[in-house]
Design a binder for this molecule. Sequence first.
Ligand SMILES: [Fe+2]
Length: 321
Amino acid sequence: MLQLEDINHVVYCHPDLDVIERFLTDFGLVVAQRTEQHLYMRGAGSLPYVYVAERAERASFGAIAFAVKGMADLEQASRLPGASRIEALEGPGGGQRVSLTDPAGRRIDLVHGIEPVQPLSIRPGLTHNTAIEKRRLGVAQRPPKGPAQVLRIGHAAIGVRDLHTNLEWYTRTLGLLPSDLVVEGGKDNPVAAFLRINRGSEWTDHHTIALFTADEDRIHHASFEVQDFDAQCQGHHWMVAQGWSPFWGVGRHLLGSQIFDYWLDPSGNIIEHFTDGDQYNQHSPLGYTASCDSSLYQWGPQMSVENFLGGVCEIERNARR
Ligand SMILES: [Fe+2]
């Protein structure tokens, strides 16, 4: 079984790198390297990039990349059916890659050996006074205005026509573990699956990949972690002030518990800020939830499963009312 460390980056194709650079900078990512064909954007963590924009005539999705533990994993992956050879990565930090194709035809890259970089300085998490517990005494609360600084990439969510086959591939080939299944009619009929990295007793995000049953095989969103709720809300106001289009948020999901905030990028892709997600390990039980609108969120602007998965944003919904 392949040993995955974490999600590493996503690759999207865009017709205009200047526009996507402006959007991603307002979203809280930082330019790591720009060439004629590629834009590498980093978060504040030690990865040299977490988002790659490739110049292309038409917007499309490129790949989801996971870091594997060692070269042995890349060698093992290169022997899988349809896998590429081990190839050198072009981006900052070098490293190597094997490309796989999931059952929906999506490129999944496994990467290793990318040189880490010095983390950027990060605003510390805020100290909150609750009604009962006062932990901040004699100190003012002044989080800075501006983009929500992105610390890391957290997960990607993908729509698939054949959930069963994809669920089997992501769990058997990549070794992901289901944290929650959304079901219709009974436990043996999942329509969505939230999958995490298998880290044994170590804690990890509730999901690194989310699969949803959809009419077509397509990326739904990529998600990036910010420091805390204030960063997210400051970031929301910053994005609105720059004229970008909100998709859904701010709210709190049910499965994974993240506070979410979704945006539409200039090519029409959905991209998410999240904070305060659940941590799972080998002792966390597999959950089952009936599919309904309330399986999406605990609070936030009104949204249906149909509109969320269909990519219908708040602005469009309001216009239809
Ligand atoms: Fe998400």
